[in-house]
Ligand binder design. Structure first.
Ligand code: ADP
Ligand code: MG
Length: 900
């Protein structure tokens, strides 16, 4: 046998029909090895043999079609029929060789990738033929396992045995599915199956027999072949699959019965679609915020779609026998068509032919990827041992040999898994949303906490502030009460003083002032009458003496001296008369003064000694005028009885006592508007100013200032005062005065002058504003009220001048430093002071030039307060309007978030 083998090998054919394995060999061993196709290697990278028409791109790996040969054991019939004959083949599995006996002395040796003897177990067959393909399919490559051979040689046995009774008998289909199902993950992967039969160029669905003309669809871009019309059944476990195979088998039998055909004449195709999710690890985009896992981008999901095609071909004998043996032409043609087309394609591929007639049949179209495509393909050729079928066996072996030369270019089909990506992104998004919600909650809690803390602090500060305010209020109240007490004491002291002077004797005695005054007046009247009477008597005496003198004209020397005596007496009398007249005027003025003071006292007592006895808002004149109401008759009487000229002349009297009384009288007269013009005409104003300049006595200055203040009510007088240097005089008086009453009078006079539009410049240049502000030092509310009135008057005139375009630039009040005092007293407790200052602020605020200084000086706050809190609606709305009209104030309020 061995020699045969050897001889057969050496005598191998060199004919054209011989397979590659034998064609070049001169020495079996060496030739066999030499001629042998490069050892098949399951590792795709090991055989870099490229085909010109390979489907592989740059990312493909070469993978030759692997071919195994399996010998079926003799069956019962063969055991009997061929008992005397040796098998037509001899296998050398360890050498992966097969010797085909041509006759008793000649044989051919062929090498295969695997040589499986009649004893080879189904498990071993699976492992060497199908397992590498299945593994590739699980890796994402397409795969094909196909059985080729003569009917009855064991194709179906090898591929399709279910092995239900005997597990070891399970064929490649069952075992492949088992392996696939064991390796996929049900969560991310899916496996579905189609089972088809190709008969007479028509594709039938073995899972849905009614579906018997399924068309093949080829993707023009990728060249992928699919059968969209075929049933795809998702398979989750082996039971599903076995059930499916049984159904398919049953349908195959039924279909074949119906078509009056045999299974051996049709091709059975099981397609297993495997879809697996993989993570494109190399595509993970590194995130800058990788530290926190929930911000990391999810890896790019990929899906690998692969297909395992298991083909149980129709019996190969038909290729040779059809037609010649008188089979039905059509069937023969069809079966032939697919199988012979397959043979032609494999030949073309094996020979690297430029044209591969893939499109000639449905089978070749379906298997386009399996031969010369991107799939890993294993072919198992089955042969029988019987020498009677040597021809079929030979052609099967040659088919296998040619197929071994077909080189595929394996390529993974990976797709971007949008669904999975979207799912993953959704999960990622949900995580982010949850995280965001958590963070939002933390943030909200924090904000709430801070708010609460702030509120607590605010209320604490408010509490503290309220406490401090209350303390301050109590302190002020105490101080106020203290000062009221002091005032009362002072008043009592004054009253006592007056009492001692004799003016208030009656009051000190607790009697009504009216009666004491009346008595005084009566007494003075008596005195006056007595004086008049005495004057009359003196006059009569003079007349008598004159007549006596007439009666004795010739009395001589003695008479002349008598005349001289009499003349002297007369002169004395005249002097006496003059004195008496003066005394009378003084007495009258005293009476008037008494009447005035008595009235004041009455008013004072009528108001229970209130500090407001001299009503702050009232001008000195109005007070005096008020005090004189009802007493016009004595004043008028005085005027009429004495004459203004005489009274004014008394201002220059040598007697100080007379002067002071005269001043008082003039002041009282000046309090009445009707007299003012006459006083001025008569030169009273000039006399008063002279007095103010020349007298050191503060009493006189106080009264003079009062008189000037009263005269300064009149516009013409104001100008006269100014012309005669009155402002300067008043300023000097103001700077020297200590007595609040003097200051009140001077301030009142200047305040009146402040209200004259024409005098603004002069008033200021002569130090009127400074004098006014200087008087505020005394702090006495009545004085402050006059100061505030003056400032308000001045601000009003100035505002008017600015509006009329007469004045430009900043307020002189601000220039003269009045603003701090204004701001400081804007909320003075005394309402007259407050009102004047509020008005002054409104006037100042009406001009943009003042705005900046007002803001920096804190006046804006006062204006805002006025616009909100002022009890007088007109001032409140004036302040509001003024603030809203000024762009500078508006901007500042916006900045300070103040709204009015
Ligand atoms: P085919 O499908 O090629 O027409 P089958 O698979 O139907 O052939 O096999 C024909 C017969 O041979 C069947 O009865 C089968 O059981 C038997 N047979 C095939 N191969 C073997 C084998 N390796 N061992 C035992 N019996 C086999
Ligand atoms: Mg079969």
């Amino acid at each position: 046998m061995a020699s045969n083998v050897y001889r057969n090998g050496t005598g191998s054919h060199k004919g054209a029909t011989r397979p590659l394995a034998a064609s070049n060999s001169s020495n079996v061993k060496s030739t066999s090895y030499k001629s042998r196709i490069p050892p098949s290697n399951h590792s795709p990278g090991s055989a870099p043999l490229r085909r010109s028409n390979s489907a592989g791109g740059s990312d493909g790996v070469p993978g030759r079609v692997r071919v195994a040969v399996r010998l079926r054991p003799r069956n019962a019939e063969e055991s009997v029929a061929d008992a005397d004959f040796a098998d037509c083949v001899e296998l050398q599995p360890e050498l992966k060789r097969l010797k085909l006996r041509k006759n008793n002395w000649d044989s051919e040796t062929y090498e295969f990738d695997e040589v499986l003897t009649e004893f080879a177990s189904q498990k071993r067959v699976y492992e060497v033929v199908a397992k590498p393909v299945v593994e590739s399919v699980l890796d994402g490559y397409n795969g094909t396992v196909m059985a080729y051979g003569q009917t009855g040689t064991g194709k179906t046995f090898t591929l399709g045995r279910l092995g239900e009774e005997d597990t070891s008998a399970r064929g490649i289909m069952v075992r492949s599915m088992e392996e696939i199902l064991a390796n996929v993950s049900p969560e991310t992967d899916s496996v579905s199956v189609s089972y088809l039969q190709l008969y007479m160029e028509s594709i039938q669905d073995l899972l849905d027999p009614a579906n018997d003309n399924i068309s093949i669809v080829e993707d023009p871009k990728t060249g992928d072949v699919s059968l969209p019309g075929a049933t795809h059944v998702e398979v989750r476990d082996e039971r599903d699959f076995m059930e499916l195979l049984r159904t398919g088998e049953a349908h195959r039998i039924a279909a074949n019965t119906k078509l009056n055909t045999e299974s051996s004449r049709s091709h059975a195709i099981l397609m297993v679609h495997v879809k697996r999710s993989v993570l494109g690890a190399e595509d993970v985009i590194p995130s800058e915020t990788d530290k926190s896992s929930h911000f990391a981008k999810p890896p790019k999901p990929l899906v690998r779609k692969s297909k395992l095609v298991l083909v149980d071909l129709a019996g190969s004998e038909r290729v040779h026998k059809s037609g010649s043996e008188g089979h039905m032409l059509e069937e023969a043609k069809s079966i032939n068509l697919s199988l012979s087309a397959l043979g032609k394609c494999i030949n073309a591929l094996a020979e690297n032919s430029a044209h591969v007639p893939v499109r000639d049949s449905k089978l070749t179209r379906l298997l386009r990827d399996s031969f010369g495509g991107t799939a890993r393909t294993s072919l198992i050729v089955t042969i029988g041992p019987s020498p009677r079928h040597r021809g079929e066996t030979t052609s099967t072996i040659l088919f296998g040999q040619r197929a071994m030369k077909v080189e595929n270019m394996l390529r993974i089909k990976e797709e971007f898994d949008y669904k999975s990506l979207s799912r993953k992104l959704e999960i990622h998004l949900d995580k982010l949303i949850a995280e965001n919600e958590r963070q939002q909650k933390v943030f909200d809690d924090e904000v709430e906490r801070i708010n609460l803390e702030a509120l607590n602090r605010v209320s604490e500060v408010e509490r503290n502030f309220a406490g401090a305010l209350e303390k301050e209020r109590l302190k002020c109240q105490m101080e106020y009460m203290e000062s009221v007490k002091k005032l009362e004491e002072k008043m009592i002291e004054n009253q006592q003083k007056h009492g001692c002077d004799g003016f208030m004797q009656d009051k000190c005695n607790g009697e009504g002032p009216g009666s004491s005054i009346v008595e005084d007046v009566a007494e003075v009247k008596k005195l006056l009458e007595k004086e008049i009477h005495m004057r009359k008597e003196a006059q009569e005496e003079v007349n008598k003496l004159k007549s006596q003198l007439g009666q004795c004209p010739d009395s001589g020397e003695g008479g002349g001296s008598e005349i001289l005596k009499l003349q002297k007496a007369l002169a004395d009398e005249v002097l006496q008369k003059k004195k008496l007249e003066e005394e009378m005027i003084i007495l009258r003025s005293q009476m008037l003064q008494l009447t005035f003071e008595a009235d004041q006292m009455r008013r004072c007592l009528g108001r229970n000694g209130s500090a407001n006895a001299y009503g702050g808002l009232d001008s000195p004149m109005s007070q005096v005028r008020g005090s004189l109401n009802g007493h016009k008759t004595p004043v008028a009487a005085l005027f009429e009885q004495v004459g203004l000229q005489k009274i004014l002349a008394l201002l220059e009297s040598e007697d100080a006592n007379v002067r002071i009384h005269a001043v008082k009288v003039v002041a009282n007269l000046a309090a009445e508007e009707a007299n003012q013009e006459r006083i001025v005409e008569a030169g009273g104003l000039t006399s008063l100013l002279v007095l103010l300049r020349s007298y050191e006595d503060e009493n006189i200055r106080r009264v003079v200032a009062g008189a000037i203040a009263n005269l300064a009510m009149n516009e013409t007088n104001q100008e006269l005062i100014m012309i005669q240097g009155g402002i300067n005089l008043l300023s000097v008086t103001a700077s020297r005065a200590e007595d609040p009453q003097t200051l009140r009078m001077v301030a009142g006079a200047i305040a009146n002058l402040c209200g004259n539009d024409k005098l603004q410049t002069k008033l200021r240049s002569e130090g009127g504003i400074k004098a006014l502000l200087g008087m505020a030092r005394c702090g006495q509310p009545d004085v402050l009220s006059q100061v505030a009135r003056g400032i308000a008057n001045f601000a009003k005139c100035e505002s008017r001048a600015s509006t009329n375009g007469i004045k430009s630039g900043r307020s002189v009040l601000i220039d003269d430093g009045a603003l701090p005092w204004i701001v400081q007293n804007a909320n003075n407790d005394s309402s007259p002071i407050r009102r004047h200052i509020e008005l002054a602020l409104c006037h100042l605020a009406q001009h943009e030039v003042n705005a900046k200084d007002m803001i920096s000086g804190g006046a804006l706050w006062e204006l805002v307060r006025i616009s909100r809190d002022c009890s007088r609606e007109d001032i409140r709305s004036l302040a509001r309007r003024t603030l809203n009209l000024s762009p500078i104030f508006r901007a500042e309020m916006r900045r300070l978030r103040i709204e009015v």
